[in-house]
Design a protein around this ligand. Sequence first.
Ligand SMILES: *Cc1c(COP(=O)(O)O)cnc(C)c1O
Length: 462
Amino acid sequence: MHYISTRGSAPVLTFEQAMLTGLARDGGLYVPETVPVMTPAEIAALAGLSYEEIAFRVMQPFIGDTFTDDQFKALIAQAYAGFGHAARAPLKQLAPNHFLLELFHGPTLAFKDFAMQLIGQLFQASLSRSGDRVTIVGATSGDTGSAAIEAFRGLSNVDVFILFPHGRVSEVQRRQMTTPADANVHAIAVDGDFDTCQGLLKDMFNDFAFRDRVRLAGVNSINWARVLAQVVYYFSAAVSLGAPHRLVSFTVPTGNFGDIFAGYIARKMGLPIEQLVIATNQNDILHRCLTTGVYQTESVHPSISPSMDIQVSSNFERALFDAYGRDGAAVAQLMDELKAQGAFTVSQGALQALREVFASGRVSEDETRAEIARTLSASGELLCPHSAVGVAVGEQHLGATPMITLATAHPAKFPDAVEAATGVRPGLPPRMADLFERTERVTRMANDRQALQALILERTGA
Ligand SMILES: *Cc1c(COP(=O)(O)O)cnc(C)c1O
């Protein structure tokens, strides 16, 4: 299995190389050269299997000979052993044809644990085999950072630096990043927003001398291995509702487009998905783009669903690559326009291709709060604000096909917003009850790439 860049001019890599690299050297994102297809019989055979067994069968064709089957099964088992639910990704019914896929039973209570816990295992297995050391740098709007720290803390061949926007993550999110005491964990509060953090990260990856010196590795949602891990729960959920004999649709609270792109891959693999609905908060670049054809950045408006407060939705590039007939030069040109003018227009043909798969919706802050209250009274479920954005948009798209909305975080990660909407303050699960007593450790920095690189060199001794 080979991986190619969406901008067409970076080296072709194996799964293992693409995983360890993250961002391609031409600025693009790695995608599989061809997507393996599962037959209806193979999909039907997933019914009733454990999450881990489904994960093995869905992901194995993408990893080639990186690991033996037994090794890969053992890594998957370890990745999900720390989850607080036997089903890993349980499905609940919300309304007659509307289901909620709970993706918040991992160690940091957000769906990012599905990918990050697995990637931690894969990195460790790969690096201990080669004897290499890497520096992981991630940018986060909250949940990626804690999930990465939880997955990589204490590993001997990895340093992990996480950049988060100072003052713009919830207290639970911040404490999950700043309280691990492991020496290889470095939480950095940057003055700016998520896009500032993501910009710093991209610029560091484009400084090849620095990148090679510290052996920079990226675990942001652009990392192909993360997308791959997320493909699994689309299969497990759809099969529970009768796929491949019955169509399903998904609504996905969307920020960087990583989670919903995993659904797109599941569909390309043969899973009968009718619609993939992009749900955005007031930071609605994707909804505007699908509606008007113009992808135009605006400034970020902080919301009660902060993990979706972004304007540049990095993984959308992967969908554009397919929509443009896998023409890397065309994608590179769009991205140049975006950098120069803050906008580009999607061609008519590409827009049509996107609309065949994706629908979209956007909800305001008031609508999000109202949805949290409505769902609690209608079905007794307490939603986090991100999941509420999804449920509200999912409701708008209900039809004859069962709708599965992804619940991306536990309500206790965002207790203030949930309490304001419902009067009910969600509590942390017992295993995290002492989070507010643990000591915090964090470095505050300006938006200054040179200073950041100096800090990374000093801390890693590279
Ligand atoms: C990261 C995140 C999202 C957005 O996911 P993308 O893959 O970036 O689209 C939504 N909800 C929560 C809780 C998140 O942590």
